[in-house]
Write a protein that binds this ligand. Structure first.
Ligand SMILES: [Zn+2]
Length: 266
């Protein structure tokens, strides 16, 4: 069975939590996320948002192998089951996550990485006077489809450089919104299958890296109401030859789980 709440509900919620107008064509805001932030920040807005975007970690993988995502699962209070969009491939799904719009509206409907022309969450924040940064690798969708905005892009060849820069930016505390992409689970899963030891090791690395970012945020952003998200794009399934894939209209590929953690200002 498919999860009932769509991935397209996240953008409007994140905009509202940060005191910005939702992107123009975004779907209605995710109520559970709004309520979580409202309670955690005692009715105040957040002024820092950090979104960690791993790739292709399916909800069923998290449910079957929770020990490999233990750090992320344990530190986050809010677990949001969501239904991703079709076709369930990276640029289509991250397009929806950061516009709140269905693929027919944001314009990416296949595995292509053009710059999105409609209003995104980045544009909402920029309009509200917020400083945004994307930290991503040079091949990935997030490093390409949100280009051409008045914000900073830190694009590197390896995830080690990506993660080092993300840590540096957190410590400097100069951006209101930092969006980070880590594709390691996706890359390993395609070659080895979703449940292979190497893939589960990549899942563990995603969870561990996220926990380090969260610890840095807890310490270095303690003057701010900060919201941290572990936010994947789509799931995956096993195919012949022990490989992994995604892109189909099936619960394995479409059902995902986002985790969120609020750190109220001290
Ligand atoms: Zn993906």
């Amino acid at each position: 069975m498919l999860n009932k709440v769509s991935l397209d509900t996240i953008a409007a919620a994140l905009a509202m939590i940060m005191g910005a107008e939702p992107p123009q064509t975004s779907a209605k805001a995710n109520q559970a996320l709004l309520e979580y932030a409202n309670t955690a920040f005692e009715g105040k807005k957040a002024d820092r948002l950090f979104m960690y975007n791993p790739d292709a970690i399916a909800q069923w993988v998290l449910e079957k192998y929770p020990d490999f995502a233990k750090e992320a699962l344990e530190l986050c209070d809010l677990k949001l089951p969501l239904c991703s969009v079709m076709p369930s491939v990276t640029p289509v799904c991250f397009g929806t996550l950061y516009t709140g719009a269905q693929p027919a509206i944001h314009g990416i409907q296949s595995y292509k990485k053009p710059v999105i022309q409609i209003e995104t969450l980045f544009d909402s924040f920029i309009k509200a006077g917020k400083k945004c940064a994307i930290v991503a690798d040079d091949e990935c969708s997030i490093g390409k489809i949100f280009l051409e905005r008045e914000m900073d892009y830190f694009i590197f060849h390896t995830k080690e450089e990506v993660n080092a820069k993300a840590a540096e930016l957190i410590i400097k505390d100069e951006y209101d919104f930092i969006c980070v992409y880590n594709g390691n689970y996706d890359a390993v899963m395609h070659k080895n299958g979703p449940e292979a030891p190497l893939s589960l090791a990549a899942l563990h690395e995603n969870s561990h890296v996220f926990s380090i970012f969260s610890e840095l945020i807890k310490t270095h952003w303690s003057a701010h109401n900060s919201l941290v998200g572990f936010a994947v794009d789509h799931g995956c399934h096993e195919i012949d030859g022990g490989c992994g894939s995604h892109g189909l209209d099936m619960p394995e590929d479409l059902n995902i789980m986002h985790f969120y953690k609020a750190y109220p200002a001290k």
